[in-house]
Ligand binder design. Sequence first.
Ligand SMILES: NC(=O)c1ccc[n+]([C@@H]2O[C@H](COP(=O)([O-])OP(=O)(O)OC[C@H]3O[C@@H](n4cnc5c(N)ncnc54)[C@H](O)[C@@H]3O)[C@@H](O)[C@H]2O)c1
Length: 339
Amino acid sequence: MGKLKVAVIGCGNISVMHLDSIAAFEDVNLVAVCDIKEERAVAASQKYGGRVYTDYLEMFQKEKLDAVHICLPHYLHVPVSVDAFKNGINVICEKPMSIKYDDAVRAVETAEEYGVQYGIIFQCRYNAPSLLVKSRIEDGKLGTVKCGRTTLTWYRPDNYYDSSDWKGTWDKEGGGVVIDQAIHSLDLANWMINSTPVEIQSALHNRNHKIMVVEDTAEGLIKYANGALLSFYAMNNYLVDEPIEIRLLCENGKATFTYDNAVIEYKDGTVETAENNFDEAFKYSGGKDYWGFQHAVQIRQFYNAVLGKEKLEITGKEALKIQKIVCDIYDNGGMIKKS
Ligand SMILES: NC(=O)c1ccc[n+]([C@@H]2O[C@H](COP(=O)([O-])OP(=O)(O)OC[C@H]3O[C@@H](n4cnc5c(N)ncnc54)[C@H](O)[C@@H]3O)[C@@H](O)[C@H]2O)c1
């Protein structure tokens, strides 16, 4: 079998993580790049190769693609994914899979109908600290999560929103700090708790970004079917991007982890730790530290799934879990009125 023919749609900030990953894989060939801002597609093509397109449907027609990477504004994730599925193309899409939950369900159903792989990027699950805590919950050494908290304090100045034609809007981004940044911390905690949310309380505020209408601060509580409680706090009004911190109180001990390291303190007095392997991560890409470095690991798994060598872990169906939580947070967060 020849190399897989792949393309990237959306050549903005995050696309470098995808393009660097593709470049590192010997069995994958970047045949096209697409952006409605032609100069961005041209710049990507000059660095990584591939024919330049400004219309992704034309690209689907002209190139026999095995897979596309969707690195677009949030409101385009479902329509472009669905168009790809209908052309028999496997999709790896940036988070969030959608703005609306029902649209995300439709995308999952369409991928199943056309028999293609549908992966959603949540690269932080592949950090060594996340993997250690998850494995100790699953093998019973740490046991079930009883209670947890997540803290995200990041810096997004006004010009982060001002320089974008879609960030900071309800219709194109779908929200602010929750759907864009805290989706990572909430997904990690939800993945660890591994139960079904039965109640979500939330409050959303815009405390310091009068340039935009969506929330820059959110807090709330998620109650789970197994009795676990997860408190969350997220805001984009800090001066730096502090590492997300997640603390979990479990049956047999306490786990505290960030992207960088994990410390597990067991009730018997023993301690177990893990650190992210930055040398390994930077082998592929020069991304930003708060992005978590592990795009290449997840994208490699996606291609192994396309080749039938490995099962895809974060499928569209799996990502529906965090999509539902994010959408419920917005539905329940009464402080900000959606327009
Ligand atoms: N996984 C992570 O940690 C992480 C980090 C940053 C961004 N992201 C996600 O990546 C996605 C993109 O974010 P970004 O910061 O790169 O945005 P961006 O605005 O920098 O890039 C988006 C690109 O899409 C292009 N585009 C818009 N409409 C198009 C269309 N119809 N056809 C082709 N191209 C089109 C724009 O011109 C732009 O170049 C978002 O979903 C965001 O949440 C994920």
